[in-house]
Design a protein around this ligand. Structure first.
Ligand code: NAD
Length: 493
């Protein structure tokens, strides 16, 4: 059964091939090449979009530079810029259902989750817009013998490259602080999920964001992505995606000596002590690993469980995972939709095989799932168990697969949680809050959660260390301040 499309969604898709937006104009791309984005739940094309080239990206950075210097965006008073950004948030709110449906179709998300992502975008944009009103742009310094101050300016054109798992939400997390600070942006959405970002570019133009302030350059990573990350005209670069590509983006930014923010993958641990409520904790971790079919960078993918409760805990998880309804994302009753594409399904299935070949026990086998009438990219949830040197315990799978291991005491649990190249997010589960706080602070990662997983209140910095990222995180005052260029002004007295 095909999803019933909203009229506005039909109208948008009928305008395909969907073009990029550069300097306020629709741009087809110098090569004329297009690419299809698929519905992961059916495997069928939703729409063609234009693949922009290095030449187009160059024009987009040029447009962002021009807008920064000439449109008045960077120099207008923060409250005037704020009024425009609130107007953009209002427009997104007005079209929430439309963007939600585009996102659900394009990324294989359950509609309720897609709507949650759109709301998250709105809230994030308003949050940074309000915060920017209170940033002190000039701070007088009390320095003996000198008149001195620091000044904050916007950087200029900022580049953004995003992955396919949270296309719209991550655009909100990324560009909101940059725009609120007065920068202009060039956004490269993932080739699997360009729809909601192109729609946003059109909305921004319609509501009067000056041309060139928000540019969208859809296309492939190797062409549009690499041209953007290596563009010498950018003044700031932000990348969210895999560590492999993150390294290339960092190299390019390093070459241009441009500050770079990397939000990369993870291999998070959930450390479950013997004093937890077993059914409640099992359900929360099952929810975490099946949320967006496990395609969540900060997911708990290594479940480290105290040996005293290991068997009971695993039995609870197995039963709950078995009852998860795998289905078409747009169908009523679906608990877990598809993964994003055939490559991602092959990746998940490949890790199950590689993990077993290295001695992991398949506690819950997982594997490909059939969904009647829908030829999409479906997998079942899986649980592997074994030692943490297993490839499935070390590398990011990005699917509904958790790796189980047992520990005997707190020190061992901390050592196991930290036995990873990544450092994004872990959680600790116990009714002993002193222990929870000790363990949380001993984990080498950007984020430690207590008796919960995947928690993102605005105001709390979220970012990774080691192979999970660098250059500061997102969602807090520090993020906004990252988008101002610092300057000191001094006069000897
Ligand atoms: P990816 O690295 O393959 O692609 C991300 C983006 O980079 C895409 O837009 C892609 O087109 C582009 N790209 C590809 N090659 C490029 C190149 N040579 N130069 C410049 N850009 C290029 O990642 P993905 O598969 O889309 O997303 C999954 C990854 O993203 C996972 O590792 C996940 O953990 C990570 N992720 C991290 C966070 C976070 O906040 N830390 C959030 C979401 C996803």
């Amino acid at each position: 059964m095909a999803a019933k499309l909203l009229p506005e969604v039909e109208k948008f898709l009928a305008s395909a091939p969907l073009k990029g937006i550069v300097g306020g104009k629709d741009v087809s791309g110098a090569s004329g090449e297009t690419m299809a984005t698929l519905d992961p739940g059916t495997g069928r094309p939703i729409a063609e979009f234009c693949c922009l080239t290095a030449e187009d990206v160059d024009r987009a950075v040029g447009a962002a530079t021009h807008a920064f210097k000439k449109s008045g965006w960077a120099t207008m008073r923060p409250n005037e810029r704020g009024a425009l950004l609130h107007r953009l948030a209002d427009a997104v709110e007005k079209h929430k259902e439309v963007i939600g449906q585009l996102e659900a179709l394009d990324a294989g998300k359950l509609p309720a989750h897609a709507l949650g992502d759109v709301q998250n975008f709105i809230d994030t944009l308003r949050y940074f817009t309000e915060m920017a009103l209170h940033v002190e742009h000039r701070t007088t310094l009390a320095v003996s013998g000198h008149e001195a101050r620091t000044v904050r300016h916007a950087w200029g054109p900022c580049g953004f490259i995003f992955p396919w798992n949270f296309p719209f939400l991550l655009v909100g997390w990324g560009i909101s602080p940059a725009l609120a600070a007065g920068n202009t942006v060039v956004i490269k959405p993932a080739e699997d999920t360009p729809l909601s970002t192109i729609y946003l570019g059109r909305l921004a133009r319609e509501i009067g964001i000056p041309d060139g302030v928000i540019n969208v350059v859809p296309g492939t990573g190797s062409v549009a992505g690499s041209a953007l990350s290596g563009h010498p005209g950018l003044r700031h670069m932000s990348f969210t995606g895999s560590p492999e590509v993150g390294r290339l983006v960092a190299q390019a930014a390093g070459h241009n000596l441009v500050p770079v923010k990397l939000e990369l993958g993870g291999k998070g641990a959930a450390v479950v002590f013997e004093d937890v409520d077993i059914p409640g904790t099992a359900q929360k971790l099952v929810n975490a690993i099946t949320f967006h079919t496990g395609q969540v960078c900060c997911d708990a993918t290594r479940w480290l469980v105290h040996k005293a409760i290991y068997k009971d805990f695993v039995d609870e998880c197995k039963a709950r995972l078995r009852s998860v309804q795998v289905g078409y994302q747009m169908a009523d009753g679906t608990g877990m939709g598809p993964v994003v594409n055939a490559k991602q399904r092959a990746r998940v299935l490949g890790y199950l095989e590689k993990g077993k070949a290295q001695g992991a026990e398949a506690v819950l086998a997982g594997g490909a799932a059939e969904v009647s009438g829908h030829d999409g990219f479906y997998v079942k949830p899986a649980l592997l168990a074994g030692t943490l040197d297993n490839v499935a315990a070390r590398e990011e799978i990005f699917g509904p697969v958790a790796f189980l291991a047992q520990f005997g005491n707190e020190d061992e649990a901390i050592a196991m949680a930290n036995d990873t190249d990544y450092g994004l997010a872990n959680s600790v589960w116990t009714s002993d809050l002193a222990r929870a706080n000790r363990v949380a602070e001993s984990m080498v990662a950007g984020n430690s959660w207590i008796n919960a997983h995947n928690v993102f209140p605005r105001g709390v910095p979220y970012g990774g260390v080691n192979k999970s990222g660098m250059g500061g995180g997102v969602l807090s005052i520090e993020t906004l301040l990252d988008y101002y260029r610092p300057q000191s002004v001094v006069r000897p007295l």
